[in-house]
Design a protein around this ligand. Structure first.
Ligand code: TYM
Length: 321
């Protein structure tokens, strides 16, 4: 089965990205044909500083490799290194109803904030559809915020298939309940653009500051608390086994435990969890030659598959005359 997902290099990667997508992808590489990529064309919709985009892209590559993505077992590349995807985007634009794109949350949110959206943001879901359809992916592991984009992808694929005959595989979103929406320090969805993230590879001092800022209610220490309603619990549980979660939940309901205590535990857990990966990252960061070599190989593997789909599409729509 072909499993595909991408991540934007629009800021430092966080534990929402990790639990909803990165960790799962790294797990899936064992049993599936894995397609994993850094979507720098998508990041152009928000990042206008070229040096920042380059830095973020390198960091995202380093993060994935340090966390265990194996470039020999999977196809790992940078979206912009296979520009065929932009050609498919243009072709698919002609099968993407404006009304459908106008209903996209990311676009609507921007308009609701009174910001003027550019065409890149409006067409973002079409580029994402092209990403997925170009590689004929069967399944796409993502967080819940991407569900609508997957629906749009399927709609576009169905329209295209109906017009030109069976061409694209219809992809299934894979969104497990436990990691569908990881909360940030303020209780909203954790997001690079809300400044509420716990980053995978930040310094201990930075991490401590963020953890201590996690918003909680004002229930006094001695009183019982509801774990389900607590942001700290909803974050720390990602690092705990079932049994540990139950044990912690019991401490909440028994009373006598303050939120500060759980925050300290979260900090310790998270720091320990990522320790081996941090070490790997420190080694890799000094070997950019290796990183470029890996990405070049990924580009070649991805392109070989992309061109097969694109040749078929060009033929079907009549571009080969
Ligand atoms: P991006 O870069 O915003 O996020 C990468 C992945 O992390 C998930 N995610 C979360 N999941 C749960 N809780 C959160 N707080 C949280 N924050 C982020 C996202 O759902 C995503 O799975 N449009 C995509 C990138 C993309 C893509 C693709 C994905 C471009 N082309 C093709 C799949 C297939 C995005 O912006 O993800």
């Amino acid at each position: 089965m072909r499993v595909l997902s991408g991540i934007q290099p629009s800021g430092s990667l966080h534990i929402g990205n990790y639990f909803a997508m990165m960790r799962r992808m790294i797990e899936f590489q064992k049993e599936h044909q894995l397609f994993c990529f850094i979507v720098n064309y998508h990041a152009l919709t928000t990042v206008t500083d070229p040096n920042l985009l380059k830095e973020n892209t390198k960091n995202a590559i380093l993060d994935f490799l340090s966390l265990g993505l194996d470039p020999d077992k999977s196809i790992f590349w940078v979206q912009g290194d296979v520009p065929e995807v932009t050609e498919l985007t243009w072709i698919l634009c002609n099968h993407a109803p404006v009304g459908l794109l106008e209903r996209a949350h990311s676009y609507k949110d921007k308009l609701a904030k009174g910001l003027s959206a550019h065409n890149g943001l409006f067409s973002y879901p079409v580029l994402m559809a092209a990403d997925i359809l170009l590689y004929q992916a069967d399944a796409v592991p993502v967080g819940k915020d991407q569900k609508q984009h997957l629906e749009i992808t399927r709609d576009i694929a169905i329209k295209f298939n109906n017009t030109y005959g069976e061409t694209f595989v219809l992809p299934e979103p894979w969104i497990p309940e436990e990691t569908a929406t990881v909360p940030g320090v303020d209780g909203q969805k954790m997001s690079k653009s809300y400044g509420n993230t716990l980053e995978i590879f930040s310094s201990k001092g930075q991490l401590k500051k963020k953890v201590m800022r996690i918003v909680t209610d004002s229930t006094p220490v001695e009183e019982p608390k509801d774990p389900e309603k607590c942001n700290v619990f909803n974050i720390i549980r990602l690092f705990l086994s079932e049994a540990e979660q139950e044990e912690l939940a019991a401490r909440y309901t028994a009373g006598g435990m303050g939120y500060g205590e759980v925050k300290k535990e979260l900090l310790a857990r998270m720091w320990e969890y990522f320790a081996p990966y941090r070490e790997k990252r420190e080694q890799l960061v000094n070997d950019m030659g290796y990183i470029h070599e890996v990405m070049k190989k990924g580009q070649e593997k991805a392109r070989a598959i992309a061109t097969v789909t694109l040749d078929d599409v060009r033929e079907k729509v009549g571009l080969n005359y």
